[in-house]
Ligand binder design. Structure first.
Ligand code: NAD
Length: 978
């Protein structure tokens, strides 16, 4: 970006002037107590203390007693905190000091919050707005609050925004600064968070989200029009950006709002897309024929964006270096000014250089002072703000209003900024020498050996279009007949079974030939012969074949996902997750097979050479469930193949088509036909025949505990001709519990419970079916859960807006309904989602939908509390304390997954040590284990076998051999290792 020399000189001149005013006034100026400054200073210089302070501030408002405050102070700050904080932590251990300490800590943190928050209600905030106006500064008011998890909460926000608009309009005179620059703009100005008005922000369903959000936006915009007020749309995380832009565009182009100039939206300069966003908005304003405002900011979710991108293996959407964001802000300034008069610019920054360049460039572009606006945050950069206002520019402060408790998230964001070493005022306000072009070099992390497949980014329109095309293609393939895939032959002359779509049971998706016991014999014999060759293929070659298969799966990822959407009623996200997991298994196990096949020297004694190595055991029967119809069958199959075994796949009766596709792909990638065979058929007949066959060496089973235990028993019996003791790997059911502690973040906990209990209609072995809430959190958590469950979107899985799909089959529905019906007789239904619209056109039995249902007052030993229901049914328990909650959680014969939401370090430690489940999750959902990161599998009656997606898995399909050679001849031996 070339800035000409005279322009640059003027920018620097302004920058110096603004910087001088900014430093004449400390950046945090609302007469902070000295120790608050100290805390911030320590936090800036001590990363460990910074984390503790932020976490403590975050949890404090939920601590309901002095004892609990004192307890947390001690736990958070006992070690490695500054002296004064350690002293407080020492006092906390003595009961006599607890009340006074608790009061002091609370009032300290709350007063820190009040620097950034103008008041609990609009009414209370008015004097602060009036004071600003007196200083010539305007305001835009934002409401703080909890995350919206239900329609009831979205309605409550609408009510609060309405009240806010009314209060500001009623006080318009008092809160309006004087001056020509204010004459054309409304005094009442609010900033709304789109996420507050919509409970179900599904990036894959922008139409649905826009429609839902607009129902609440219209009355608000009508009110603003009547009162001549201004509404600005804030933009939050990147994954929701398109939803906000889309809804903004939809609503401002509706007939009644097309002329409305007093609306605005945000562009975040830290996004790599920022300039493109501005072009898009300029185009929107032109099409609409009336201008609107754009607030250009740097962006407030920088840490989160980087974490989310890293966790999903997505490209990082934000610039990673501050100078790059600063430079982007300047490029955006050019684009924004160029879009005049369609876009009206507002520049939100606390950086003197960023402000100066906007002033000078605006003037250079012919803009008058009233044409542009500057914005800053309440409680920050007041020196700069006053200098900008004194120069005659319209200067507006973004003022949060709301209760401090839910406002803590906002405070934490501000503290993050204030204690970041990248904050401009910490670096000292110097006249910048920022790079004029963003640096291309980025710190590259060393490439890890294995990388997870990134989930589809459904917030990108192109990804959604690809899914749409794949769904259409899958539909066109309905009615196909699928043959058996046994060596060298596709056998289709067997009586077929029909596969129906659970979401539309009248639709037959395909006909699948069913194997006979003779086919089992034929397949096993061929697999035995093939084993002798496959075992000898060098491990790296097998790995290459499996990597190639991963590439093929990746290439047809949306077609495979579409198959699962129809065959298994998986939502877009769930189907996509299944494909990613399958890709991960292929790549991870390929590498594992190689690693394990490598001979390892043992011992270090002269005159002998010992080698330990692994090789395949033989033929593996893969007996799979329907609920992860691609991922699990791929994992079991590839574990076997990577370890040098051959495999015969017996898919579940409900999901044979996706398994057929897998076998095709493996064969295309180069696995010999007789090393990988496909043998669909009834479990009790074909599954059983495989288990009992004397030529089968390994059985990889995933499914219910009843069938699994039966298989273990049957496999234990030795049959004539059998050459190997059968090895059974059996991953079985669960009855998983989540504990919500009394200090948990309920926004996080309730949304984690919703996903864990009702995602894929609760049909995951890892699903949450028991929720235990500790002590004082009970009432609020229950109320929020109730409203959230009532708002769940139940619907067909090909509709991306649907969160809860139908269950897999009529039988499954009947079984689940049995639990619900009998549960009513001994427990209380807290809430049941209304799904009457889904069942109305058909008879109940013809539809597989089950309404998500939550029970309370559930006896601890009742079927609801003890049996795996495998549907959208959740039982809630109330525990007096955390220890009792653990006891309830562990009262089960299963031990697959478990979860804890807590901010109490001692409780987290206790759970780590004693909540014995195969996979324990802390402060996150309990479903969605990722290969290589959360190796997965249960204890107790939940399973027998090493963790899937972990370093011990492939080993189970292999046998170890040791070869020892005496290397001493005639008294001398080569040196070991030479
Ligand atoms: P299921 O036990 O009914 O069937 C699993 C497989 O076993 C199917 O292929 C079926 O045809 C076959 N089968 C049935 N009877 C057989 C027999 N007598 N001999 C040999 N094979 C037989 O289970 P499902 O309904 O497909 O899957 C749901 C169950 O799977 C749930 O209990 C769930 O918890 C469990 N599951 C566990 C995990 C895990 O990793 N622990 C993962 C997914 C599912």
């Amino acid at each position: 970006m070339a800035v000409d020399a005279s322009l640059d000189a003027r920018i620097r001149e302004w920058e110096e002037r603004l910087a001088a005013s900014a430093t004449s006034h400390p950046p945090l100026t609302l007469t902070p107590a000295w120790w608050q400054e100290r805390l911030l200073h320590w936090a800036t210089n001590d990363p460990d203390f910074r984390v503790k302070l932020l976490r403590f501030v975050d949890v404090l408002p939920t601590l309901r007693s002095a004892r609990s405050v004192a307890d947390h102070v001690r736990q958070y700050f006992r070690d490695s905190a500054p002296g004064i904080v350690q002293t407080a932590s020492g006092l906390a251990s003595q009961p006599v000091f607890r009340p006074v300490l608790s009061r002091a800590v609370r009032s300290g943190v709350f007063s820190m919050a009040h620097r950034f928050i103008a008041g609990e209600t609009p009414e209370v905030a008015v004097p602060a707005l009036r004071d600003l106006a007196r200083d010539g500064v305007g305001s835009t008011v934002d409401l703080l609050g909890e995350e919206t998890l239900s329609d009831a909460e979205a309605d409550a926000y609408l009510g609060r925004y309405t009240e806010l608009l009314e209060t500001l309009s009623a006080n318009a005179g008092a809160i309006s600064p004087q001056g020509e620059q204010w004459s054309a703009v409304p005094a009442a100005n609010i900033s709304i968070k789109f996420s507050a008005l919509c409970a179900h922000l599904e990036p894959a369903a922008p139409e649905h989200v826009s429609e839902t959000a607009r129902k609440r936006l219209r009355p608000l915009m009508r009110l603003a029009m009547r009162q001549g007020a201004f509404i600005n749309f804030d933009v939050e995380q990147y994954r929701y950006k398109e939803l906000v832009y889309r809804t903004f565009a939809d609503v401002i182009t509706e007939g009644e709002f097309t002329d409305l100039p007093h609306v605005g939206i945000v562009v975040q300069a830290y996004l790599r897309d920022a300039v493109r966003d501005l072009y898009w908005l300029a185009d929107l304003a032109k099409r609409r024929g009336a201008p609107f405002s754009v607030r250009l900011v740097k962006g407030a979710y920088w840490d989160e964006e980087r974490i989310v991108a890293a966790q999903n293996s997505w490209p990082v959407p934000v610039f990673e270096r501050k100078e790059e964001t600063d430079a982007s802000f300047e490029r955006c300034t050019d684009a924004l000014l160029a879009a005049w008069p369609h876009l009206r610019p507002a520049f939100g920054s606390h950086n003197p250089r960023s402000v100066a360049q906007a002033m000078v460039k605006a003037r250079n572009a012919g803009r008058q002072i009233p044409d542009i606006e500057f914005q800053m945050l309440y409680g920050m950069a007041e020196g700069l703000r006053n200098a900008v206002a004194a120069a005659g520019y319209r200067t507006r402060v973004y003022v949060p209003v709301g209760r401090v408790i839910p406002g803590m998230a906002y405070l934490v964001r501000r503290l993050l900024e204030n204690t970041s070493n990248q904050a401009w005022f910490n670096a000292g306000v110097t006249v910048s020498s920022i790079a004029q072009t963003p640096s291309e070099e980025r710190a590259r992390r060393a490439e890890p050996a294995f990388r997870n497949a990134p989930p589809a980014a459904f917030f990108e329109p192109e990804e959604r279009e690809r899914v749409g095309a794949s769904l259409a293609r899958a539909r066109r393939g309905f009615g196909t007949t699928y043959s058996l895939l046994i060596p060298d032959r596709r056998v289709s002359d067997r009586p077929p079974s029909e596969v129906r779509c659970p979401a539309e049971p009248a639709t037959i998706m395909g006909h699948v030939a069913q194997a006979t016991p003779e086919d089992v014999d034929m397949a096993v014999t061929a697999a035995q012969e093939a084993f002798l060759e496959w075992r000898e293929v060098p491990a790296y070659e097998r790995a290459e074949i499996l990597d190639r298969a991963a590439d093929l799966v990746e290439r047809s990822r949306f077609d495979l996902a579409a198959t699962m959407v129809f065959e298994s009623a998986k939502s877009w996200h769930e189907a996509d997750g299944d494909v990613c997991e399958a890709i991960d298994y292929l790549r991870y196990y390929a590498a594992e097979g190689e690693r394990l096949s490598e001979p390892r020297p043992m011992g270090d004694v002269p005159g002998e050479h010992n080698e330990n190595f692994h090789e395949g055991r033989g033929v593996t029967a893969v007996i799979a469930p329907w609920n992860f119809p691609l991922a699990i069958i791929t994992g079991m199959t590839v574990g076997a193949l990577a370890g040098g075994n051959t495999a015969i796949l017996k898919p579940a009766a409900q999901s044979p088509i996706i398994a057929y596709r897998l076998v095709e792909i493996l064969r295309d990638a180069g696995v010999p036909n007789d090393a990988i065979q496909y043998l669909p058929g009834p479990g009790g007949e074909i599954g059983r025949a495989l288990v009992e066959h004397n030529g089968v060496d390994n059985i990889a089973f995933t499914g219910s505990s009843a069938v699994g235990l039966n298989i273990i028993e049957a496999a234990a019996k030795t049959r004539p001709g059998q050459r190997n003791v059968k090895r059974v790997i059996a991953e079985m059911g669960g009855k998983n519990a989540i504990i919500i502690d009394d200090d948990a973040d309920l926004d996080q906990a309730i949304s984690g419970v919703l996903v864990s209990a009702f995602g894929y209609a609760g049909q995951k072995c890892s699903a949450c079916s028991r929720l235990i809430i500790v002590g004082s959190a009970y009432d609020e958590a229950l109320e929020r859960l109730k409203n959230a469950v009532a708002s769940l979107v139940v619907g067909s899985p090909d509709d991306p807006a649907a969160f809860v799909p139908p269950v897999i089959s009529a039988d499954a529905r009947k079984k689940i309904m049995g639990y619900i019906d009998s549960g009513r007789s001994y427990s209380t239904v807290l809430v049941q989602t209304d799904i009457s619209h889904l069942n109305s056109s058909e008879s109940e039995e013809a539809s597989y939908y089950v309404a998500p249902t939550v029970f309370t007052d559930v006896p601890l030993n009742s079927p609801l509390a003890q049996e795996e229901i495998f549907g959208p049914v959740l039982s809630v328990f109330h525990a007096a304390d955390f220890e009792e909650a653990l006891e309830i959680a562990l009262n089960s014969t299963f031990a697959l997954t478990g979860g804890v939401f807590s901010r109490n370090p001692r409780h987290i430690e206790l759970a780590r040590a004693t909540f014995r489940t195969g996979n324990l999750y802390i402060n996150r959902k309990i479903t969605g284990a990722i290969v290589g990161r959360q190796p997965f599998g249960g204890l107790a009656m939940s399973g027998l076998g090493e963790k899937a997606g972990g370093p011990d898995y492939v080993r189970q399909f292999m046998q170890a051999r040791v070869v020892s050679e005496n290397t001493m001849r005639r008294g001398f031996a080569p040196e070991e290792g030479a």
